[in-house]
Design a protein around this ligand. Structure first.
Ligand code: URP
Ligand code: ZN
Ligand code: ZN
Length: 486
């Protein structure tokens, strides 16, 4: 089939396009920011791009990033400043082939969810290069939050919340978790859970500190797998009690993946995300003078754990891959805020990874033969869009979808250095890794944004996304009555 090209803003021709689950030789016509035609040959077009030798894939959807979050002393940040604002964070997203990011609006205790969302918009508005949406972090589930704010959240385009079972400033009790899960169920919201057992962590940390074992490598010792496994199991049990889906974020431990797989086998609507750090870093990286650079929670595990994470992806116990980009510099504004020899307890948790997520997964997944190209697209683009209420607009190359497109050179070889990245962090934990395959051109809603290493638009083109209900969440009108309900 041929299409007439004059009506198109862009025609991308001569490439192989990932559509309907496979790479196919076809041209793409873009009009008004959307994919308007997919045809064997499209002539004309106001602008044309010759994609010969390129694979045209959907823009990445990174559903878990921390950008320009206000510091909160008892949280993962430990009072450190985030190095990325929406300009640098989304610039780095675009260069890495990610065209949609979902970031967080953290509620501070004693404050409303609305104040958190207002702060998010003030920071993001007019600054982003890629489209962005927001999850609310619930740290203080007061009656007003449960009865008024959560039910109103979806109308503001925010259809997911994150809760924590760890961090003193954020941890909810089991009773509070039940309340939030129930309110989210009624409101049609997806609840994301950070599953680590705070009391176990504090108990172990106290003992490690008393023994003088405060180096970053003890961060992992203070959070052994069972800390993640127990909290994962508990989160699943609480969700089962409430009869509502949850999505467990940044799952890295094989033991936690096993618990998730068992729950899914029982038919429970449990979803889980992993991140590149659980595939490409290990607890060995926490050793040495720069161990703090790889400190995140949950921590990277022993090298032998990584195959369980690949297996979890292949079997879909893990449904999506996000970066959990948490941009702290390796200086006194970030990781070293309390000095170069501070106890691991005072070091900001989190690592940068927004720009490297897609290239790492492409290279180590697709090129290395651990994932098919269809797996890669599903895990990094389509599933996050579906789970967070953005599909079919995002996550797929299909007629009518947003023209968020990435032209990959599947053979381009790169040795990663921090200097080649576009975030504002002064390091990447992946420096020195050899990557095959690179995103060369990136279109955000039909606007060419990155072209062979150059940024070709001003900031501000990225739009706030009013998200729909997650595909994993039932409509509130269709909820079954629970045994104990009148
Ligand atoms: O260590 C991490 N993961 N930092 C970011 C905050 C979070 O809990 O996701
Ligand atoms: Zn978390
Ligand atoms: Zn996070």
């Amino acid at each position: 089939m041929n299409a007439v090209g004059d009506a198109f803003d862009w025609v991308i021709h001569g490439g192989e396009v990932f559509t309907e689950g496979a790479l196919q030789r076809c041209d793409v016509g873009i009009r008004g920011g959307r994919i308007a035609a997919l045809a064997e040959r499209i002539d004309g077009g106001l602008q044309r791009f010759d994609a010969a030798g390129r694979w045209l894939l959907p823009g990445g959807v990174d559903a878990h990033v921390h950008i320009d979050q206000p510091p909160n002393p008892g949280s993962a940040a430990r009072g450190a400043e985030m190095a990325d604002n929406f300009e640098s964070g989304t610039r780095s997203a675009a260069f890495g082939g990610t065209t949609t990011v979902l970031s967080f609006a953290p509620q501070f205790k004693g404050r409303s969810l609305q104040s958190a969302l207002d702060e998010y918009h003030a920071r993001a508005h007019g600054n982003a290069y890629v489209d962005h949406g927001v999850h609310a972090i619930v740290s203080d589930p007061t009656p007003d939050v449960l009865e008024r704010e959560l039910p109103g959240l979806a109308q503001q385009g925010c259809t997911s919340v994150k809760i924590y079972l760890t961090y003193e400033a954020l941890r909810l009790s089991d009773r509070q978790v039940l309340d939030v899960l129930d309110a989210c169920r009624q409101a049609g919201l997806l609840t994301m859970v950070h599953a680590e057992n705070l009391d176990c962590i504090l108990w172990l940390t106290e003992r490690l500190e008393r023994a003088g074992l405060t180096h970053p490598r003890y961060h992992e010792v203070s959070r052994p797998m069972l800390v993640e496994r127990e909290a994962t199991y508990r989160a699943i049990a609480l969700a089962e009690l409430v009869e509502t889906p949850i999505l467990i974020v940044h799952v890295g431990a094989g033991e936690a993946i096993e618990v998730i797989a068992q729950a899914r086998q029982r038919g429970l609507p449990i979803h889980a995300e992993t991140c590149p750090q659980y595939l490409f870093l290990s607890s060995d990286d926490l050793h040495g003078d720069e161990g703090a650079k790889c400190m995140c929670s949950p921590p990277p595990r022993a090298k032998e754990n990584a195959p369980s994470v690949w297996a979890g992806l292949n079997q879909r116990s893990l449904s999506l891959v996000s970066s959990d980009h948490a941009p702290y510099r390796f200086d006194e504004t970030g990781k070293l805020k309390y000095g170069p020899r501070a106890s691991f307890r005072f070091i900001a948790n989190g690592i940068p990874g927004l720009e490297t997520r897609m290239p790492l997964m492409f290279s180590e997944g697709v090129v290395a033969g651990r994932l098919s190209l269809a797996d890669f697209v599903e895990l990094c683009c389509t599933a996050p869009a579906q789970l967070y209420g953005l599909h079919p607009r995002k996550g797929e190359i299909a007629l009518g979808a947003d023209a968020d497109l990435v032209a990959w050179d599947p053979a381009h070889q790169v040795r990663l250095t921090n200097a080649m990245l576009h975030h504002n962090v002064d390091y990447t934990p992946y420096a020195g890794m050899d990557i095959t395959g690179w995103p060369m051109q990136v279109w955000v809603r039909g606007v060419l944004t990155c072209d062979a290493g150059r940024l070709v638009v001003p900031r501000g083109g990225g739009q706030f996304l009013q998200r729909e209900r997650s595909a994993a969440v039932p409509h509130p009108d269709a909820l079954p009555r629970r045994k104990w309900e009148p």
